[in-house]
Design a protein. Sequence first.
Length: 623
Amino acid sequence: MVLNSRALVLLHILVWSLPDTLTLSSGTLSDITCLKSIRDSLEDPLNHIATSWTFNNLTEGSICGYVGVSCGYISENRVRGVQLANMGLKGKFPRGLVDCRELIILDLSGNEISGSIPRDISEILPAVEVLKLSNNNLSGEIPSSMGNCSNLEVLILDNNRLTGQIPQQLNQLIRLEVFSVANNLLSGPVPDFVNVTTIKSESYVNNSELCGGPLDCCKKHRWSFEIEISFRSGFVVGFVVFAFSYTAFFTYYFNLGVGSNKRNKMPTSTTELTATRKNIEWQMIIDPQISQLGRKVTRVSFVELKEATGNFSRHNYIGLGKIGIMYKAMLPNGCPLAVKRIYGSESFEKQFKSELSALARLRHDNIISLLGYSGERNEMLLVYQYISNGNLYDWLHTGKDKDKILDWPSRIKIAIGIARGLACLHHNCHLSVVHLSLSSNAILLDQNFEAKISNFGEAIILKPGGLMFVNSSDNDLSNRVFDGSGVRELDYYKKDVYDFGILLLELITGKAPIQINNYSNRLDGSYVDWITCLLTCPSLMCNFIDKSLIGSGFDNEIFQLLRIASACIKPLSCQRPTTLELYHAISILGENYGLINNDTEILRQSEISTTSTSNKIVEVEST
């Protein structure tokens, strides 16, 4: 009877504990099925998971000790994370993950996962919060169903071979904070994410056909009449964008209704009349040559630009320049612009006129595109295409992030772009421009690291008949600079060549101009003497070249570019090559990386340009 009582007690304990055991076992069995499927579907040449995921002598929670497997609360024993990065795994995306029903973290980055991302990814990973698939061989399109993974906070897909457009459905991921599709083959407009402040242009780098958002404006906006913005006062501004390659300008028009009435309304008070006169006077400060630029660049409302920049908010601040502050402006359709607000005094009027005069007449892939200007309310504003990657100076000298280190091919591409832009400025048969303030701060980089020359506030502009515009209050300057012999004119062209040589040294060394100057001063010689010393002393060269380039296999090309830089900074301007010669010389280096352009216009200009007065430029070997 005693034994029966004990047996009854044990039976009660077993019965009461059975439901919990069954619940735990059911969840655990599902996870076991999931992990077995992953193991069986992927090749594991390094035996990372084969030796750990044995599934022998299974007990509650034992799978939580497997390599790359993490569980939630100990009492649950449910698989919450599968992190198998850099394990050399091969195969297709494991669909068996559907049985890991509580999975929130999946990291398969750094393997050889191939094929496409499953179209039903949101059904396979309904609860996923972190998804990392970078550095694999994934191809095909990003499935639109990814937008249904509503818990996603981190999505990393960079360094694959993904094609097509990024699904606009991804803008439904309101929790997304980290996103990257860099180094793929994607095209089209990027999604309009909610967290636009955390997803920047670096997320899309090296996808040559992407546009919109933090990147450059999509081509469809450049070629159409779709860029519109409504005035609060009742009239409409339209930005008509017309492009030659990557360049654009836009036009401004009034609505024929309320706007035209406001435009034709006469001032009725003394104050209003004075304000109107000031605006007219300011617009007439711009000489007749500039007032005729309406067909090339549009005068835009100050009020409209104020709204587009959020009242020139510090949150839209891009950077500080010599003549003004740059702000980011956003049109309602998501197309970004850059607005330079010239420092508020007439002392900067000539820089404003110089930049406007030059850029309104220039259209080239390697020169920043001026879209419009405003001269209202004693304000001077210039409107440009938005360039997403900032300026070259920041990439070379202030970037501490490893992701912002420029590799050698990118530096060659930038050098070619600058040389091509300068050749256009100097050798254009219709209009020649001498920049006079070329520096790494004046070189902007788009999302594909195509260089854009900017900052034309000090420029000298010439037509075939002679001087057109020079930024100086000295009325006799044209006689002093351009005395008819062409000698002083040549000096100014070769000033740009000298500055380009310093830029090449920055690209090679990663050092700012002041640091380069300090190095050369230590030798008590010229830049040329110092470079000659570098070329003949390998140990000194290693101390001077950008550390990220040492040992990367580009020594010969670095030496060749250093010789070209040396030719640019010779003491006598007549010894320096022309920018056209520089472009052709550096382009030979670019052939090694497929950086070949069909520059028929530059080639045509080379036939009609003046003969070089330099010594023979350093010959570049084609490898």
